[in-house]
Design a protein around this ligand. Structure first.
Ligand code: HPA
Length: 251
């Protein structure tokens, strides 16, 4: 079984694992995927903003990234998202398993099914994240004494600008716990592709207007967070798959 980690802000490599760059050609463009070596031969890594954080959220080639995973035969994905906290569920510096998303992006192509040759398919999103991987992540976090919110709603804005306090007030009324700029697009495509994806959000700031200032946690803290999350990812991704809904609707 092959598996991948999709990393965002602050996550440009996997600690302790040597990788080689592999270029994967897809009908949406080419993607550089980092492939683990030695013992981690079946592990892949994509840095969604590029390894120098140069690709803004609205310009990420989400379809190429997810298609590249399919072409490589990757079945399970651990996605990590930096977010801003809206509710008190995941405080800055903390993590949470994402269980739902709200998509308020505009103008992104967020489907493989555009009609015509690519066909038309309405993919159910009742359970957008892999239940099995999610429960394994929770167990692994518990074992490590890491506090991880068991569920949470991610609202995905278009970016690259941050939100206004008025927008965040509205998103709070929508029921969002935290805000990011990439999660919904990536998750929906992974679900369309039948990939088992679980996501962990880690908060790096209070969302606009929630507290007086938009203070970000330090790069050092982000690096520590990254190491804790990748340790969990490496433990759960290659575990025996259990029950989930991810393939329920695949044709
Ligand atoms: N808003 C949107 N995306 C983010 C934020 C935020 O406050 N923090 C980290 N990603």
């Amino acid at each position: 079984m092959k598996a991948a980690i999709l990393g965002g802000t602050g996550i440009y490599s996997i600690e302790g694992i040597e990788t080689v760059d592999q270029n994967v050609e897809t009908e949406y463009g080419s993607v550089i995927v980092k492939k683990g070596t030695g013992k981690w031969n079946d592990l892949y890594f994509i840095s969604r903003h590029g390894s120098d954080h140069s690709i803004p959220p609205h310009k990420i080639n989400y379809r190429a990234n997810i298609r590249a995973l399919s072409i490589l035969g990757i079945e399970r994905v651990f996605a990590i998202y930096a977010v801003g906290s809206i509710s008190n569920l995941v405080l800055p510096g903390r993590f949470g398993l994402v269980s739902q998303f709200i998509d308020v992006t505009q103008g992104r192509i967020n489907t493989f099914y555009e009609g015509g040759k690519s066909g038309l398919k309405h993919t159910p999103m009742d359970e957008p994240y892999c239940r099995d991987l999610g429960s394994k992540i929770l167990l692994s976090a518990k074992k490590r004494g890491l506090s991880l919110a068991e569920s949470g709603t991610y609202i995905c804005t278009n970016g690259p600008r941050f939100e206004t306090p008025a927008e965040i007030k509205m998103y709070k009324l929508f029921g969002a716990d935290y805000v990011g700029m990439t999660g919904a697009t990536e998750t929906a495509l992974a679900r369309e592709a039948g990939i088992h994806l679980a996501a962990v959000s880690y908060s790096i700031n209070w969302a606009a207007g929630i507290k007086d200032d938009l203070e970000f946690i330090s790069d050092k803290e982000i690096a520590e967070t990254k190491n804790k999350l990748t340790a969990i990812a490496l433990e759960v991704l290659f575990d025996m798959p259990g029950d989930c809904m991810c393939n329920q609707h695949q044709s």
